[in-house]
Design a protein around this ligand. Structure first.
Ligand code: ZN
Length: 89
């Protein structure tokens, strides 16, 4: 398998704007998120998003810690935010 086939797609926070917006009820492209690990705050649009068939992992642009995990399922969207102190809309 080539390196390209093993890599997940790496995008910015806009890639999960629809799913997070539906879950949080805000326009997350302008929302600010704070990283638990390093304290970095930035707009969600500047985070790093890794897409895979399992879902999306949103990572801190400063330290690469996992901020939010989004899994879209037939019965709804699951959002876990273990690495986000808060998200401000
Ligand atoms: Zn961080």
């Amino acid at each position: 398998m080539s390196d390209d086939a093993q890599r997940t797609d790496r995008l910015d926070g806009n890639a999960v704007a629809g799913a997070l917006g539906a879950a949080y009820g805000i326009d997350v492209t302008l929302a600010v998120v704070r990283c638990v690990s390093c304290g970095h705050t930035d707009v969600v649009a500047r985070t790093r998003v890794h897409l895979s068939p399992m879902g999306a992992v949103v990572r801190c642009a400063a330290c690469d810690a996992v901020l939010v995990v989004v899994v879209e399922r037939p019965d709804g969207t699951l959002v876990s935010s273990p690495g986000a102190s808060w998200v401000r809309g």
